[in-house]
Structures are given as C-alpha cells and as structure tokens.
Design a binder for this molecule. Structure first.
Ligand SMILES: *Cc1c(COP(=O)(O)O)cnc(C)c1O
Length: 392
C-alpha cells in the first residue's frame, strides 16, 4: 500500500471488541495474567502498552524498519540511543546540529566518557580524518538545521559499513513521507515527533526505528530499562496528527519553495538556504535521496539591525522556537535554538546574528508573503528614520 494510505489508516486496525476505527487509549499500567507463566503480551506499561504499540508498529512500517520505539521527547529518544555507547567511545556528528543534541553530548555524555567530533558529514575526507579506533557511530542530520546542508546518506552508510560504524540519522526535518534513511543504508532513525509527525505544536514526543534483530533488541532493552517512554494519551494524539502527514508535508513544501523564491529576490536578503532551490549546492543529491523538501528554510538579511524590526513586525508568523507545525514560526537561531553552541562553532558554520530560520506553516501563501513584505518594509523604514536622525 502507498504511504498516504498507510498514514491515513494508522490505528484504524478495527479494535476487536467494538470495531472502533480510532484505536482506544489504554491508560492501564498493569495487565492481568491469565495464569502462571502466561501473559496477554502486556504486563506493565513501561515495557509495553497497547496504544503505544500501535504507534511503534506504524512508525517502523513507515520508515521501512524492523522495530519502532516511542519516547517522551526527541531528546529522550536520543539519550536512549546514546546509551548504546560507553566510556571511551567516540562519535562523528554533523557539524551544523540541533542545539539540544550538542548540549546533550557536550554537557551530559562527556561526563560518562563519551566524546564527539563535529564534522561536515558530506565530506569523506573529513569523516576519515576524525575517525579514531574508538569511533562507534556517525550521527547525521540531513538537511541540517538551520543551514540546510545535505549529506549523501548512501555514500556515508557504505563508508560507515566498511569501517564497522553505526549510522544514526535524525530524520525530523523530512519525515518518512519524503525520506527513508534505512532504505539508503542507515541503521537507526530518530525523530523529534514534536515537529512534523505530530504537526500541530501540541504534543512532545520522540520516535526511534531500528534495522536488524540485534539492534532492535538492544534498543528495546534500553527503552524499558531507562523508561523515558511516551504515555498512551500522547501516543494517541501523535497518531492522530500523523494521519494527515502527507497532506501537510505537500503544503509545507509548496509554501516553503514559494517563500524561498520570494526571499531570494528580496533586496534586504543576502542569502537563502533551501534545498528545493536549484541554486542550492546539493539540489541534485537532495532530489536523488528524497522525494520532496522540508518546510524549513533559513535566510540571512543584509544587516543585523533588520532582525529586531522584522521579528517585531511579523503578525501572522509567530516569533517562536520549534518547527514543523501547521502554524508558521520564525526563530533567531543564534540566541534561541542554537544558543548553547559556542560562538566559535556557530560562526564556523554560519549561524550568526543575521540568520533567521522560518518554519513555513500551511497557511495561504499570499498571507505569508504579505506578512513578510510588511515586516521587511518596517525594517527598511526604521533604517531610513534612524539614518535621518543621525544626519539632522
Ligand atoms: C526538536 C529537535 C530535537 C529534539 O526533540 P524534542 O522533541 O524537542 O526533545 C532533535 N532533533 C531535531 C532535528 C529537532 O528539531
């Protein structure tokens, strides 16, 4: 069955007693055993919960994996994956990275003796240069957030396999609707399901999908042992959101491309970062490994002084952290999402004080363009009046 149909039918697996088409929320934490040595398959909800199981099976299927796991947040999902590693282990990690993942590695994992090198994961020579005998895995974001750099998933997976490394891909920005890393050779996919999968800025969740029996058993053991699982109510809410993923992603992509084109031609804008633009350096690679583009884009305005008036003047677009919801949000990464990354590293990648990230929602494109146009006009007007004062 096509992915649109599988998405729409998540949880509609006819609950056997009543035939309900929306899967019930099982709040029970304990399950009665028929007799000694027998179980319904459910014992205690941290280990396994019927509502969470439907979600976990759905994401495993959507990502073409063997097993799925639901967590209380994207960070909880990442922490559980990182528990595969121990004292002395080393990771290769995408240079332009979600700030929270950087913080988890540098301020938490480091204390347990796990270290990382931040590299351009699309450059084999860089990967090779930073690989040590202690390196265990590569963690890739593609596209990266906020600078939209693309990594060749097939190429890196082949290189990693030759060197005995696990490939972990954060697929938050594209979702399985547009990109399925396990089909390209990755071993583990992780999602902040808080973003596109949930899609409505109203549920915090993380998902993991694994390939292979051994890895699936290890993550299952860690999920139960660490216990950062997703509750049944949030599991249900997330599945409700996922049913419309195909429709939403198509609209996000449609709107984002038009916004990217609008920004590319705007006199106050210096640069636009969006893999859907033919001018993007990895446009072809992106088209080869994904069937579509995210609704996230970033852009640099010509002067840092434009940032404040733009963020004060947008009305339909909210000045807020996060991404991937139906509502448009704009973020200033240097102080918000990437504030925990040292300035030196931020500048090396280009996350500076002229960069804005735009999570383009599913509103009408005309209204979004009108909101941006007005915000840019306000920034230009402020500059004019500021200059006027100085000259008078
Ligand atoms: C938001 C995000 C995370 C963290 O997920 P939470 O659900 O906020 O814990 C990880 N990776 C990426 C790419 C994200 O955007």
């Amino acid at each position: 069955m096509k992915i649109e149909s599988r998405l729409a039918q998540i949880g509609s697996i006819s609950e056997p007693v009543t035939g309900a088409v929306s899967f019930p929320i099982y709040n029970a934490t304990a399950f009665r055993h028929p007799r000694l040595g027998e179980s319904t398959g459910f014992d205690y909800s941290r280990t396994k919960n019927p509502t969470r199981t439907v979600l976990e099976e759905a994401i495993a299927d959507l990502e073409s994996g063997d097993a799925g796991f639901a967590f209380s947040s994207g960070m909880a999902a990442l922490q559980t994956i990182f528990a595969l590693f121990g004292q002395g282990d080393h990771l290769l990690v995408s240079l332009d990275l979600y700030g929270g993942t950087y913080r988890l590695i540098e301020q938490v994992l480091n204390r347990f003796g796990i270290t990382a090198s931040y590299v351009d994961t699309n450059r084999m020579d860089e990967l090779e240069k930073y690989r040590t005998p202690k390196t265990k895995a590569v963690l890739i974001e593609t596209p990266t957030n906020p600078l939209m750099m693309i990594t060749d998933l097939r190429g890196v997976s082949e290189w990693a396999k030759r060197n005995g490394l696990l490939v972990i891909v954060d697929n938050t920005l594209l979702t399985p609707f547009f990109q399925r890393p396990l089909e390209l050779g990755a071993d583990i996919v992780i999602h902040s399901a808080t973003k596109y999968l949930g899609g409505h800025n109203d549920v915090l969740a993380g998902l993991v999908v694994t390939k292979g029996k051994e890895l699936s058993e290890k993550i299952g053991f860690l999920q139960n042992s660490i216990g950062a699982v997703l509750g049944p109510n949030d599991s249900w809410l997330l599945m409700r959101g996922m049913k419309t993923l195909a429709l939403r992603m198509e609209r996000h992509q449609f709107n984002a491309l038009r916004i990217a084109q609008f920004l590319s031609e705007h006199p106050l804008v210096d640069e636009v970062y969006y893999p859907g633009l033919e001018s993007h350096p990895d446009y072809e690679l992106q088209n080869k490994q994904s069937s579509g583009n995210t609704g996230i884009l970033s852009f640099k305005v010509k002067k840092a002084r434009y940032i404040d008036p733009i963020l004060r003047s947008i009305r339909l677009i909210a000045f807020a952290e996060s991404l991937g919801g139906v509502e448009s949000l704009m973020t200033f990464p240097a102080v918000q999402t990437h504030g925990d990354i040292p300035e030196e590293i931020r500048n090396r990648v280009g996350v500076d004080d002229r960069l804005l990230r735009f999570s383009v929602g599913i509103e009408h494109i005309d209204d979004l363009i009108a909101d941006l146009t007005r915000a840019f006009e306000a920034a230009a007007a402020e500059e004019q009046s500021g200059e006027g004062e100085r000259h008078s």
